[in-house]
Design a protein around this ligand. Structure first.
Ligand code: GDP
Ligand code: MG
Length: 302
């Protein structure tokens, strides 16, 4: 029997904030790369993750949400997302399992129709609805757009993960293995470390702050032959009042953020971590080109 040719290609994961993109990505790869939180717009950077099995390699782009831009950071995110749609071999559009189609969905549907790339509608969170309710959701979306395929999944439980992968692989062409089979991401370690710290801050802080914070890693030094890594990082916020909240009473909040982040960083690096956190105020950093670049929010990886 002739062995099937190895396939490879790029996939974009899009969908409104909080629909479960990062959770699905982590589930597909089987490892925590993209951070997740119950708050929208957790993901700012285009994170590449790589799925490899015997028959195919899929390189995923975890795109920021497509929405109307409100400032420079928002503009950047929208541009990255739209460009990605045209470049990839297949698009996964992740939606909530409801029949309500809002302005956000209409907006995404428009972008999809215009980009000419095969699109799989992925209805997520099916663990939260009854089977029979799913049919109405499918019917509603079929009216909105012509999809190449429709696959219901639960990113949380992993239900239908295999079916989704097989469907995606169906849209890939024979191609090389771009990354060796152990690679799950090409994101620099520092950036993941910064994201893990930001994730803890988002989880622990009140809703007033999240969009206004960024994390920069000042230094990462291996000690004791790599068994210990000393990390110095700064959480940047927009207001003095935010700084106070991030630090907390006698430093208690900062300590909680550090403790939570450290566990994830130790798992990532496979080493003990000594994490030192600072907090700085930089007013209006989201409007500044210079600062956005400084925090790595520009796309110069490709
Ligand atoms: P993103 O903004 O699209 O990346 O969304 P996240 O992956 O950060 O997920 C947002 C929230 O939805 C988190 O609290 C997840 O745990 C939750 N979530 C994601 N997928 C599922 C799912 O299949 N079922 C349920 N019940 N919750 C999910
Ligand atoms: Mg996300």
């Amino acid at each position: 029997m002739k062995k099937e040719e190895f396939k490879s290609g790029f996939a974009a994961l899009i969908g409104r904030p909080n629909v479960g993109k990062s959770t699905l990505m982590n589930r597909l790869i089987g490892q925590k790369i993209a951070i997740t939180s119950p708050k929208p717009q957790t993901t700012r950077n285009r994170i590449q993750t790589v799925y490899t099995d015997e028959q195919a390699q899929i390189i995923f782009l975890d795109t920021p949400g497509i929405h109307k831009a409100k400032n420079k950071l928002g503009e950047y995110m929208v541009n990255v997302a739209e460009q990605t749609l045209r470049e990839v071999d297949v698009i996964l559009w992740l939606v909530e399992p409801t029949t309500y189609i809002g302005a956000g969905e209409q907006h995404i549907a428009e972008k999809i129709r215009g980009c000419g790339t095969p699109t799989i509608l992925v209805i997520n969170k099916i663990d939260t609805v009854k089977r029979e309710d799913l049919l109405a959701v499918i019917a509603k979306y079929k009216d909105l757009c012509e999809f190449s395929d429709i696959v219901p999944v639960s990113a949380l439980t992993g239900e239908n993960k295999k079916e989704l992968l097989d469907t995606m692989i169906g849209y890939l062409e024979p191609g090389p293995m771009y990354y060796d089979e152990d690679t799950v991401t090409d994101q620099p370690e520092r950036q993941i470390v910064a994201e893990l710290i930001r994730e803890q801050a988002l989880r622990l802080l009140s809703d007033e702050i999240p969009h206004g914070i960024a994390v920069s890693i000042e230094s990462m030094k291996e000690q004791r032959g790599g068994r210990l890594v000393e990390i110095h990082a700064t959480i940047v916020c927009e207001r003095d009042s935010h700084k106070g909240m991030i630090i907390g009473k006698h430093g208690s909040m900062l300590k909680r953020i550090g403790t939570g982040a450290r566990a994830g960083i130790e798992a990532l690096l496979g080493a003990q971590v000594n994490l030192q956190l600072w907090v700085k105020v930089k007013k209006d950093w989201r409007e500044s080109d210079f600062l956005l670049k400084n925090f790595g929010y520009y796309d110069d990886q490709r």
